[in-house]
Ligand binder design. Structure first.
Ligand code: FEO
Length: 392
């Protein structure tokens, strides 16, 4: 493995992970991922920006063999896929110090067991002169942990953004060549990882825009030579206004709830509302997460099993609550056999979102015409709510 030159004195020393299919034992990676680390050389100082996942130690080692001197290591983010090998790097370069935000100090000590005297904290806006090159540190908490920051190389106008603006995509192309191709992996990444911090990103995005960034070099996925592509995409994704659409997350055991969902889809589409149904028995939750980025209304459709939600539905509701999408409205429909506490369970699970709850439609057994009429009334309600919210 050899380091790849990006520009004079700037190298990619990361690792592709073609075969990884799960992140955090949770997030599907249908196209693998990469852990991007970078070397930046000034006339006086050489820095390593972030490291790679510990499983790729041999790759980093072979890259670093080309760099006998590293003076400083910058940890933009302490999650182990970027920081797990920093103790190895600091052992290898005993004179090097580790730069990170003050909020990172405790994490460095507890997670990486690095001695305090190797750590130097940097303030927001602080500049580091490498000799002909200057790195400005921009504190940007919660992208994706509380300690995160960005490193901006002023003269070259390169933003090393770590998780922010990343994508889970292993690729032999270091730079984005096809923006259409990267859009979905980048959106999936935003949906699964960044969406809970949407409001914080929304507030801080103008700081990034003020930097006049030319190149965005994240720590996952290809590098953006045209920064406006990914920054504009993020502006859209973090915006408060949803689209005129309804996401339906559903499961059915014997077809009754499925027939309710079918009726709802048909009626919503007939009213000109985009419908995004997900049969949770066959759904890649990454696709559901992507649709949450824009949905205005979320309908949860579940049969009752052992008096509660179907476990697949409960998992999806957990995800919705954790990702905190911008949706304005939520509703519940479903069929039960003899008794149900599914609605109460659903309400108790949605404790970190502020959706306006629509009138639920819960029926006993297989839907009759009068039950379908209740669903049509729900569609009327959704239509009116979307209209009032200015979504048409
Ligand atoms: Fe790629 Fe939050 O670590």
């Amino acid at each position: 493995m050899v380091a790849k030159k990006l520009f004079d004195g700037i190298f990619w020393v990361g690792a592709e992970d073609w075969d990884r299919r799960l992140f955090d034992s949770l997030i599907p990676l249908p196209e693998g991922t990469s852990y991007n680390a970078y070397i930046v050389q000034g006339k006086n100082l050489t820095v390593l920006i972030d490291a790679v996942d510990p499983t790729k130690k041999d790759v980093l080692e072979s890259h670093l063999n080309e760099f006998p001197k590293i003076d400083l290591v910058i940890a933009n983010h302490l999650e182990q896929d970027h920081s797990g090998l920093i103790p190895y790097v600091l052992n290898r370069y005993p004179q090097a110090r580790l730069l990170a935000t003050p909020a990172a100090r405790d994490l460095i000590i507890t997670h990486l067991h690095i001695a305090e005297d190797r750590i130097k904290t940097v303030t927001d806006g602080e500049r580091l002169d490498l000799g002909g090159r200057t790195i400005r540190f921009v504190h940007f908490p919660w992208v994706h942990w509380p300690e995160t920051m960005l490193s901006y190389l002023e003269e070259d106008k390169i933003l090393f953004s770590c998780d922010l603006f990343g994508s889970h995509l292993a690729s032999s192309d270091l730079m984005v060549k096809d923006e259409e191709r990267i859009y979905e992996p980048a959106k999936r990444y935003f949906a699964e990882i960044m969406m809970p911090f949407r409001k914080i990103i929304q507030k801080n995005l103008p700081v990034v825009e003020g930097l006049e960034v030319k190149v965005v070099a994240p720590s996952h996925g290809p590098i953006y030579a045209r920064s406006a592509f990914i920054i504009d995409a993020y502006k859209k994704w973090v915006d408060d206004q949803p689209e005129n659409s309804v996401l339906i997350a559903w499961a059915s055991m014997h077809g009754s709830t499925a027939r309710m969902v079918d009726h709802l889809i048909c009626e919503l589409a007939g009213r000109g509302i985009k419908v995004m149904p997900f049969n949770l028995a066959v759904t890649d939750l990454g696709h559901l997460a992507m649709s949450l980025v824009e949905a205005a209304t979320i309908i949860v459709a579940s049969p009752t099993i052992l008096t509660g939600l179907h476990p697949l539905v409960a998992e999806a509701v957990f995800l919705v609550n954790a990702l905190r999408p911008k949706a304005l409205f939520a509703g519940f429909i479903g069929s039960y056999g003899w008794k149900s506490r599914a609605l109460d369970q659903l309400k108790s699970m949605l404790d970190s979102v502020r959706f306006e709850l629509l009138n639920p439609v819960q029926i006993k057994g297989d839907p009759r015409p009068e039950d379908l009429t209740l669903l049509s009334k729900l569609v009327d309600e959704i239509y009116q709510k979307h209209q009032t919210a200015g979504l048409f």
